[in-house]
Write a protein that binds this ligand. Sequence first.
Ligand SMILES: Nc1ncnc2c1ncn2[C@@H]1O[C@H](COP(=O)(O)OP(=O)(O)OP(=O)(O)O)[C@@H](O)[C@H]1O
Ligand SMILES: [Mg+2]
Length: 257
Amino acid sequence: MSYTIAMAGKGGTGKSTIATLIIRYITEELRKTVLAVDADPNSSLGISLGVNVNGTIADIRDDVVEKRVDIPATMSKERYIEYCIEDCIVEENKFDLLTMGRPEGPKCYCYANNLLRKYLDKTEKSYPYIVIDNEAGMEHLSRRTTNDVNLLIIAFESTIIGVHTAKRITDLIESLPIKIKEKVYVICKVPEKGISEKVESEISKTGFEISTRLPFNNEIYDSITSGESLLQINKENIVYNEIKNLMNNFILMSADK
Ligand SMILES: Nc1ncnc2c1ncn2[C@@H]1O[C@H](COP(=O)(O)OP(=O)(O)OP(=O)(O)O)[C@@H](O)[C@H]1O
Ligand SMILES: [Mg+2]
């Protein structure tokens, strides 16, 4: 069974940044392979990982459901879809990336989500780790595309709105029929002057156990704004080191690893 890590949090908080640094930690420090899944329709994980994405599950769904392609007579529809998914996976040295994309039309997510889920069920055994970068709206978690999750990372910023959103996400998750073994709260982009007393007080009211406080960091900011891969940032980067500590605590402590 793979160890699955999934991201949750409001838009623009730092989910993709954390997901990318976790992928870096697993591949560089643990020297294990990862299936990275960009489950956000506004795909961006490819950019922060520095790879070109040439196809998405949504494209496959559109081709098959809208009958834009002729499935070869020698292949079943299922086999054809599987073949297309394998074709759109970007294979890097240490990780593979599968991108969900945005299907056309409002009702099309279910089919694409099912494709992703079936594929994850089937390939799970090939990857010791799966890292899923979700969209802000939690659509994928709520539609159960995400398999059982070993570690859910709920990211939020150190603002009143950030804390309230993290609370709402927590309530939503608790109402869903997905198994989450552990969840951790990570505060992102903490300013140099620290977190205000008011926000600290809101956080303590929620009872969240905060695992990590990631500082706002110029190297990360500059790297993303210039479209560069986060895999290139300095090994000693403070945010990367915080992520390493977080992962050491959870992944290495996990009984089956
Ligand atoms: N610790 C940090 N220090 C400085 N900037 C950061 C940090 N973490 C994230 N950012 C910046 O914040 C922006 C949003 O980050 P990111 O894309 O990781 O968030 P997200 O939650 O994945 O957003 P979305 O919901 O839009 O996918 C990016 O410009 C990124 O560079
Ligand atoms: Mg993102």
